[in-house]
Write a protein that binds this ligand. Structure first.
Ligand SMILES: Nc1nc2c(ncn2[C@@H]2O[C@H](COP(=O)(O)OP(=O)(O)OP(=O)(O)O)[C@@H](O)[C@H]2O)c(=O)[nH]1
Ligand SMILES: [Mg+2]
Length: 300
């Protein structure tokens, strides 16, 4: 018979750019979710499982909830990812910047309440503020909802407070048989994780507008092909909506796309544990943000 442990799914929700993906990556100690200084980096729900002797925490990273979502298939899917994470979850962690809650937090709180699950607030980016300035933030969250199980200040970047957050998460999970195989780290395929690392590179290299017009598809992954010098061969496309954007993605003499490759290849090698040859192509695909079939295909 399996032992009874603390086990469950934890939806990590919050507005864009508050550090949800950084937190998830830091808790599991692996770069699974794309991170960037630009809002709305995450587009998918990603499971990351943290295993301990007497617990299993299934963290669900989610896309940030914008104040005013765009109206297209991609934005609709992003909202749905958060909703589904809350439906699956045994516990919600509402991640916040070190600021008092606003409309977005209230909306998310309504959705958490509708699922009738306990919630913890993680006030992130502790490293960017003076300690004293957190008190009014904590008080405002307390006033917003007096049933928060905890309000924990953290810095996902420095790791400050993550141990106590994890303890509070575990303590609020149901006692049950293990949910995951001990070897499970994520529910996402290697191909998907590679495409997300490339997307992270795209968010890092290009200016404000272009990343939102891009999608990444890994088209070919040939593991350890001797023809290519005993390296995995990976070919991927960076899609944009307009040909003018394609020019920006390629850059002068192909330099911008090369920069993405240089940045991303070591991260893919770290993920796979093998040397990689990466070939990136920029392609135009008009209105891909509205193309549900294309979006579904990217998730596989
Ligand atoms: N100073 C500081 N920066 C942080 C911290 N946590 C995250 N960041 C930065 O905040 C930015 C956003 O981080 P993400 O993890 O991508 O945020 P997110 O909430 O997943 O964003 P979306 O996916 O767009 O919703 C990145 O530049 C991170 O490096 C922190 O504790 N302190
Ligand atoms: Mg994210």
């Amino acid at each position: 018979m399996s032992p009874i442990i603390r086990a469950g799914y934890v939806a990590i929700v919050g507005r864009p750019n508050v550090g949800k993906s950084t937190l998830v990556n830091n808790l599991v100690g692996t770069r699974l979710a794309a991170v960037s200084p630009k809002p709305q980096t995450s587009r998918y729900r990603i499971l990351a499982v943290l295993h301990g002797d007497d617990f299993q925490v299934g963290l669900l990273d989610t896309p940030g909830r914008p104040a005013e979502p765009r109206i297209d298939a991609l934005s609709r899917r992003m909202l749905r990812e958060t909703r589904q994470a809350l439906e699956i979850a045994d516990l919600a962690v509402l991640v916040s910047a070190p600021r008092t809650p606003g409309d977005v937090e209230e909306t998310l709180l309504d959705e958490i309440r509708a699922q009738d699950i306990p919630a913890i607030v993680a006030v992130n980016k502790l490293d960017t503020v003076r300690k004293g300035s957190l008190l009014p933030v904590i008080e405002a969250y307390n006033n917003l909802y007096d049933e928060f199980r905890d309000i924990v200040p953290i810095s996902a970047r420095t790791g400050d407070g993550l141990d106590s957050l994890l303890q509070r998460i575990i303590a609020n999970l149901p006692e049950q048989e293990p949910l995951f195989d001990p070897s499970t780290l994520t529910d996402r395929s290697e191909t998907f994780l590679i495409s997300e690392l490339i997307r992270e590179g795209v968010f890092a290299v290009y200016g404000d507008e272009v990343p939102y017009a891009t999608a990444v598809e890994v088209e070919k992954h040939v593991p350890q092909d001797p023809e290519h010098g005993d390296k995995d061969f990976i070919e991927a496309s960076v899609y944009v909506e307009r040909s003018s954007q394609r020019g920006i993605v390629v850059g002068k003499g192909g330099q911008a796309l090369k920069d993405v490759g240089v940045r991303v290849r070591p991260l893919i090698e770290e993920l796979l544990g093998r040397p990689v040859m990466l070939s990136l192509w920029a392609r135009t695909r008009p209105r891909w943000r509205r193309d549900d079939r294309f979006l579904r295909m990217l998730e596989e």
